[in-house]
Write a protein that binds this ligand. Structure first.
Ligand code: ATP
Ligand code: MG
Length: 226
């Protein structure tokens, strides 16, 4: 399964907020063997959201959008996603009912628009807050508040499945440039993908669809590097 993540918010683009939602989602999806192929951040602007969602829904099996689902003037994500499908944003009866059942207030008491979702959307209840999320044909719209985003994502995580990858990590103090010959050789010898991440030392990430293959390739590398 191939997925794109879209985070929405002017505050992300100005550097006021660090985009922890994207990295958290990537981590959860990666654990399940789902391949995340894009992270794109867009401003709180309907046309920008619509353009990216429209492009990605054609290309990927699912698109996860976070941020800007509240009812305030700067929250336009539902409008952007609706526009990507050429649909209207309309009052959602399931969202009204859920809020009436789970809140201390009726939907009518909430800020206008809180329960408005793209026409035909499946409503996602917000286990940690009020504003609901939505699913429209493989496009998942989640809140921006990290605790709300995480709790809502956990309710749909079963809809994201891929082929789990087995990972072994090999560390070395050799410089990355010196390792090129052995990285090429291990890739010839085994059916593995190798990631190379320099830092204080170099971390080689050995990935394979079979656990034994990853372990054998990591052992092969450990014998040949310092
Ligand atoms: P609300 O209903 O509270 O308005 P919302 O879904 O509209 O929620 P935003 O208004 O976009 O979400 O953001 C709410 C809070 O969550 C802000 O403090 C924002 O900085 C933070 N936030 C939004 N997106 C992200 C993100 N990608 N990573 C981390 N924090 C984020
Ligand atoms: Mg908001």
């Amino acid at each position: 399964m191939r997925v794109a993540v879209v985070t929405v918010g002017d505050e992300l683009l100005s550097g006021d907020t660090v985009d922890t939602n994207a990295s958290w989602l990537c981590d959860r999806l990666d654990e399940r063997g789902v391949s995340v192929e894009r992270i794109t951040t867009v401003p709180d602007r309907i046309a920008d959201i619509a353009r990216v969602v429209n492009e990605y829904r054609a290309e990927y099996d699912a698109v996860i959008v976070t941020g800007g689902v509240g009812p305030t003037h700067d929250d336009v994500t539902m409008d952007g996603v609706a526009a990507a499908f050429g649909r209207e944003v309309v009052p959602n009866a399931d969202a009204d009912a859920w809020i009436a059942d789970h809140g201390d207030y009726a939907a009518a008491d909430l800020t206008d628009g809180t329960t408005h979702l793209p026409a035909g959307a499946r409503m996602l209840p917000n286990p940690e807050g009020v504003a609901p999320g939505a699913v429209v044909e493989g496009v998942y719209v989640l809140p921006g508040v990290p605790a709300e985003m995480k709790a809502m994502f956990e309710t749909v995580i079963g809809e994201f499945e891929g082929e789990p990858t087995h990972v072994e990590v090999v560390r070395t103090s050799e410089p990355e440039s010196a390792l090129l010959d052995r990285i090429a050789a291990v890739r010839e010898e085994f059916d593995v993908t190798i990631g190379s991440y320099p830092g204080d030392d170099v971390r080689l990430k050995v990935m394979a669809t079979e656990a034994e293959t990853a372990a054998a390739a990591a052992a092969w590398l450990r014998e040949r590097i310092d």
